[in-house]
Every structure is written in structure tokens, then in C-alpha cells.
Design a protein around this ligand. Structure first.
Ligand code: ZN
Length: 174
């Protein structure tokens, strides 16, 4: 660990300042899902840039994707978004089950991310068969019984019917 990081850690521990989690600052009553929201960019010590996005599939506090469908969407997005977004790192579901966090190397416009998400949901909603859902065995998944392509398909279609906006507050459907 370099001296800068050590200083940061000490400040956080001793300074009494709680880390600020950007997503917890967002007013969830103001957003209009489905949308892609750019959260922020982190720069590493060697200049590498990592971007963080909020992929909100359903309206917070009005809807939530059931776990089995969300789980199948998660597995399938891991392959479909990776194909479509250069520098894809990870896409993990929110505990509230309304969407996903996306991490990428470098920076991408929310329009490009929204288009990639749209194409991926079109694949899940209208093309995917069970063989297209990766890692659904006891060896490759932590809860392999809890998958539903039927649910993933229907939710994907519902989300697509509303359109995916490249802005969280104003509807700019891609
Ligand atoms: Zn799994």
C-alpha cells in the first residue's frame, strides 16, 4: 500500500468522517426508470480509469424483479454486456432488486451503455433459450435452483416496452 492510501485509510478511521456512498445520496423518488445513469469515475494510481453506472431496470419502491428472474438476467448480462461494452468489468444486482451496478475500464457514454443494455435485454426477452443462460449448474452457481428464464424473459420485455433512457431524470429513450 502506498503512502497516499495509508493516509486516506487513517483519515477515514480516525477523522470520524463516514465514507460517502454516492448511490445513497440519490433521491430515488426523482428518477424515471428504466434508465442508465453515470455515477462516477475512479482513477487508479497508474492513471487507469474505472467508470461506475447505475442500470435501473424498474422504478424504485414501485417494482422489484423477483430473485429467480433477476438471477437469470444477471448471468446472461455477464456474457451479453461483456460482448457489447469494451472494457466491461462487472455487472452486479442491487439488493433492492431494481437494477444493477456496472463497472467498466475507461469511460463510455450513457447512450452507448443504454444501447448495449437494450440489445442484451432484447436477446434475453426474445431470443435466449436455456442453453444461452451461462453457469446454471451446481458447480458453477451459488444457488443454481433459483433461476427463471421465463421470469427474466417477461421482465425484459416489460422493461423494453417502457424504453431505456440515457438520462435518469428526463426520458431520453435510446
Ligand atoms: Zn448464480
Amino acid at each position: 500500500m502506498n503512502s497516499e492510501n495509508t493516509t486516506d485509510a487513517t483519515t477515514a478511521k480516525d477523522g470520524g468522517e463516514e465514507p460517502v456512498v454516492e448511490s445513497f445520496q440519490l433521491d430515488h423518488t426523482k428518477v424515471k426508470a428504466p434508465y442508465v445513469r453515470y455515477i462516477d469515475t475512479e482513477k487508479g494510481p497508474h492513471g487507469d480509469v474505472i467508470s461506475n453506472y447505475d442500470l435501473r431496470l424498474v422504478q424504485p419502491n414501485e417494482n422489484a424483479i423477483p430473485t429467480a428472474g433477476l438471477h437469470t438476467i444477471e448471468h446472461t448480462l455477464a456474457v451479453q454486456l461483456r460482448k457489447r461494452i469494451p472494457g466491461y468489468i462487472d455487472c452486479s444486482p442491487f439488493g433492492c432488486r431494481t437494477g444493477f451496478h456496472l463497472l467498466t475500464w475507461g469511460e463510455h457514454s450513457t447512450v452507448d451503455v443504454a444501447k448495449a443494455l437494450k440489445e442484451s435485454l432484447e436477446f434475453i426477452g426474445f431470443e435466449a433459450t436455456w442453453d444461452d443462460v451461462p453457469a446454471t449448474t451446481i458447480e458453477s452457481c451459488g444457488n443454481y435452483r433459483d433461476h427463471s428464464l421465463f421470469s427474466a424473459r417477461q421482465w425484459s420485455r416489460d422493461i423494453l416496452a417502457q424504453g431505456i433512457s440515457s438520462d435518469p431524470f428526463v426520458r431520453r429513450v435510446v
